[in-house]
Design a protein around this ligand. Structure first.
Ligand code: NAD
Length: 354
């Protein structure tokens, strides 16, 4: 990892409007540990732990801050008594298993020392095994109970499905998904269970993924039609569901989209703030990512309150559909964008918390 000047980290710290950033250099592994506490207006901060190699530590800190802010939006959308935060373990390069465990133990010690100001769970680059290990060091790991680690994917997927149903009602005037064409981009932990539910509901399913094995699974088990990753933008469909990576809605992809609705689990789907207007100009309704992908977070909040029954947890994901209904109705009645309507919902929740 290239050396950075103190100024890099300093400017990232200074330019952020969050409440506090915790930074620790882990000498043994060479990794930086960053915990970004964006807002505790609604309660103690909770967000996942991301682990990956960044070009510089300042990039890792910026990512933690950006993701922490999106957790504030998510918890406020859900009207939960939880604040926004995120942790990033910025690695100098790939770690062997022993070094990884050591880093996680020391990171767990740091989380424990914050005495509940930050709680965490799995995110990109961390695994259920990592969470089980963390839970041996700190009480503030969510979704781990007696060694069992809950996978948020199916809950996020159910929430996205409810969000798609709500958007299809609002935009297409259809009460069911029979014959509605949905392109699921990325059939992984969220995209695959989502695709399965959509197939069960009679949707016409298109899938794309960079992993040939995952495409094969969706084609053979769900009867989906495969679309090459670079052709996903051009495929005619009613709903485009990004469930892979962020930044997929951009000046270069939006003109190619052949859909009426965008609704999927990927975080930070808009590459820039201008991309929402680009979608609106094309008559495409964008369901804000942090609204429609909040199911996993919501499931963890319910688990924290003692709900253990998986079927009931899945039923609770109807709430995501209700929120999407409300956001799209407000957007229609005010003539504002869905993102603006979602922002107003967040502002109202934060104002009540102050
Ligand atoms: P995952 O890694 O299990 O699945 C992602 C899939 O996308 C993989 O199959 C991967 O091969 C594929 N992919 C990667 N790049 C691609 C590309 N350019 N084109 C097509 N496919 C591509 O991840 P996941 O847990 O399913 O999460 C998917 C997205 O949803 C991520 O952006 C994640 O941040 C977000 N998200 C996930 C959850 C959750 O509960 N897991 C919750 C909220 C948001």
């Amino acid at each position: 990892m290239p050396d950075i000047t103190p100024h890099d980290l300093e400017s990232v710290l200074r330019d952020w409007d969050g409440e506090a950033s915790v930074a620790r250099f882990d000498r043994e592994s060479g990794a930086w540990i960053f915990i970004a506490l964006h807002s505790t207006v609604l309660g103690p901060a909770v967000g996942g732990t991301r682990m990956r190699v960044y070009p510089t530590p300042a990039d890792g800190l910026r990512d933690a801050q950006r993701l922490g802010e999106s957790m504030t939006l998510k918890w406020a959308t859900l009207e939960q008594p939880v604040g926004g935060g995120k942790a990033v373990l910025a690695l100098p390069g790939p770690l062997d298993a022993e070094a990884r465990r050591g880093l996680l133990r020391r990171y767990g010690g740091l989380v424990e020392s914050l005495r509940g100001a930050f709680g965490t769970g799995e995110d990109l680059g961390t695994t259920p095994e990592d969470m089980a290990l963390l839970a041996t060091v700190t009480r503030y790991v969510h979704g781990v109970e007696g060694g069992h680690v809950t996978d948020p994917g199916p809950f996020t997927a159910r929430g996205v499905r409810r969000g798609i149903e709500a958007a299809v009602r609002s935009v297409l005037g259809r009460d069911d998904l029979g014959g509605v064409t949905v392109l699921v981009q990325g059939v992984g932990d969220v995209g695959y269970p989502l695709a399965r539910e959509l197939a069960d509901l009679g949707a016409r399913l298109l899938v794309s993924d960079v992993d040939a094995g995952r495409i094969e699974r969706a084609v053979t088990t769900l009867g989906a039609t495969a679309v090459l990753p670079e052709e996903a933008w051009d495929a005619p469909c009613d709903v485009f569901a990004p469930c892979a990576i962020g930044g997929v809605l951009s000046a270069s992809t939006i003109p190619r989209l052949q859909c009426r609705i965008v609704a999927g689990s990927a975080n930070a789907q808009l590459e820039t703030a201008d991309d929402e207007a680009r979608l609106a100009e094309r008559g495409i309704v964008y369901v804000p990512d942090y609204v429609v992908n909040a199911g996993g977070a919501y499931a963890f909040a319910l688990l924290g309150r003692g709900e253990r029954d998986e079927a009931r947890l899945l039923e609770h994901m109807d709430y995501i559909g209700e929120i999407v209904d409300a956001v799209l109705a407000e957007s229609k009645s005010q003539g504002s964008s869905p993102l603006a309507a979602a922002g107003q919902r967040v502002s109202r929740a934060l104002a009540r918390g102050r």
